[in-house]
Design a protein around this ligand. Structure first.
Ligand SMILES: *Cc1c(COP(=O)(O)O)cnc(C)c1O
Length: 371
C-alpha cells in the first residue's frame, strides 16, 4: 500500500460523532459537523450526517462546493466570514454563513437577490479571543442594519473562542452570549433561532456542568475527528483518538552515535544546535517530512522517539528495537499534523471501516478512556 498515507477509519469517526451528538442532545444542543480538516471529503461529511449532525460546516467555499458536487444535500454553513470576491459562490452553495462585516452582508444580499434566494446569516460576537466577531456593544446597531438587507435572513448569534489566544469558554463569556441573544429578542423583535456557542473547546465547559443558557448549537471538528478537546488536548472519555493514523515507511535503519560530529552551524529547519546524548542508538529514517506533515504533531508508538525532521526525512530513535527497512510505522496526530497531512499531495488518503455500526454507548461518562 502507498506510503506515506493517512488511514482514516470511518467507523471510529462515526462513533465519535454519534457519542457527541447524543451527549449534547441531552442539553438541547445540536451539532454542526466541521469538515475543514478533511478538505470537505464527502466520505467524512456522509458519516457525520449518519451520526446525527444537523448541518455541515466548513471554512472554505471550495470544500462546500466539493460536498455539493458529491450530491450531499444537507444544510451547509460557511464558518469563516465570506470573501466579497466569493459571495456569488457562497449564496449558490452554502445555506448560511457567519458574518461580522456589513460590507460583506451587503454583497451577500445583492448576490442572493440576483439568483432569487434567501441567504441565512449568523452574526459572530467577539467575546475575548480576538479573532472574528462584532464587539458586543455594537450588536444592536448592526442587527438593525442587517434587517434592512433584502434576501438576508438573520438566524442568530455565534461566537468562537480558543483558536487565536486560547481563551477558554466559561460561564462568564458564555453568559454574555446568551445576554446578547436576549437583548436581540427584546430590542429588535428578531426571531433568531440559532445560538452557536463555539467549537470543540466548549466541550469541557459543558461536560463540567457549565451554564448553557441559550446556547443550542456547537460546531465540532477536532473532537469528532481526533477524539480530543483542544484546550489541554486530553482524550475525551469514550471517544477514539486513533480514528486517523499517519503511516510512513522506513528507508534507513542503522546503529548510529546519538551525537553529531564536525563543525556545527545552522541546520535546515533550526538554528545552530547540538544533538544530545552519548553512545549509540537504533536510528531509523522515515520517508516523510515537513512537506507531508507537521512532525512536531506526531505521536510515536511506545518506545519510539521522533528526534528531528527535515523536508522529507523524519529521524527516529527506535529504542531497543531496530526497525527493518521497508517496515511501516504509524502515528497518531494532533490537529496541526492532521491538517498538513490532509493538505499534502504527497500523502495518500485511505478510508477504511465498514459503513459504521458500533455498539451504542449509553453513558459517555462511564466509558473507559479511548485507546
Ligand atoms: C475550525 C472552526 C470550528 C471547529 O473547531 P474544532 O476545534 O475543530 O471543533 C468551529 N468554528 C469555527 C468558526 C472554526 O473556524
Amino acid at each position: 500500500m502507498n506510503t506515506p498515507r493517512l488511514d482514516i477509519n470511518l467507523d471510529k469517526i462515526f462513533h465519535n460523532a454519534s457519542v457527541l451528538v447524543k451527549r449534547l442532545k441531552e442539553d438541547g444542543i445540536s451539532v454542526t459537523g466541521v469538515t475543514k480538516a478533511f478538505l470537505g471529503a464527502p466520505q467524512i461529511a456522509r458519516i457525520m450526517l449518519k451520526a446525527g449532525v444537523t448541518s455541515l460546516g466548513d471554512s472554505r467555499i471550495s470544500n462546500i462546493e466539493r460536498m455539493r458536487h458529491a450530491g450531499i444535500l444537507a444544510r451547509m454553513v460557511l464558518i469563516r466570514s465570506p470573501m466579497i470576491s466569493q459571495v456569488d459562490r457562497v449564496v449558490a452553495s452554502a445555506d448560511m454563513s457567519v458574518n461580522t462585516e456589513l460590507d460583506v452582508l451587503c454583497a451577500l444580499s445583492a448576490a442572493a437577490l440576483r439568483i432569487g434566494k434567501v441567504h441565512d446569516v449568523l452574526l459572530m460576537v467577539e467575546l475575548g479571543d480576538l479573532r472574528e466577531g462584532i464587539m458586543p456593544s455594537d450588536i444592536s446597531d448592526f442587527v438593525q442594519q442587517v434587517a434592512l438587507l433584502p434576501n438576508i435572513k438573520l438566524m442568530g448569534l455565534g461566537t468562537n473562542l480558543a483558536c487565536r489566544n486560547g481563551i477558554s469558554p466559561d460561564n462568564e463569556n458564555m453568559t454574555k452570549l446568551s445576554a446578547a441573544v436576549r437583548q436581540l429578542y427584546a430590542a429588535n423583535s428578531v426571531n433568531a433561532t440559532i445560538v452557536s456557542g463555539g467549537n470543540s473547546s466548549n466541550l469541557n465547559w459543558i461536560f463540567d456542568g457549565g451554564k448553557i443558557g441559550k446556547i443550542n448549537n456547537l460546531r465540532l471538528g477536532e473532537s469528532i475527528l481526533l477524539g480530543r478537546e483542544p484546550l489541554q488536548r486530553k482524550a475525551i472519555l469514550g471517544l477514539f483518538t486513533d480514528a486517523t493514523k499517519l503511516v510512513a515507511e522506513v528507508i534507513e535503519s542503522k546503529i548510529k552515535p546519538s551525537k553529531a560530529w564536525g563543525t556545527i552551524a545552522q541546520s535546515a529547519f533550526k538554528g545552530a544546535r547540538n544533538s544530545v546524548g552519548s553512545g549509540n542508538i537504533n536510528q531509523a529514517i522515515l520517508a516523510i517530512g515537513r512537506q507531508d506533515t507537521d512532525p512536531e504533531g506526531l505521536q510515536a508508538p511506545k518506545g519510539v522517539i521522533v528526534l528531528d525532521a527535515s523536508s522529507d526525512h523524519t529521524i527516529l530513535d527506535t529504542g531497543k528495537n531496530k526497525l527493518r527497512v521497508g517496515e511501516e510505522v504509524s502515528f497518531q496526530l494532533n490537529y496541526s499534523a492532521l491538517l498538513s497531512a490532509m493538505t499534502s499531495p504527497y500523502v495518500s488518503k485511505n478510508f477504511t471501516g465498514s459503513s459504521a455500526i458500533l455498539r451504542p454507548n449509553p453513558d459517555l461518562h462511564f466509558l473507559p478512556a479511548a485507546a
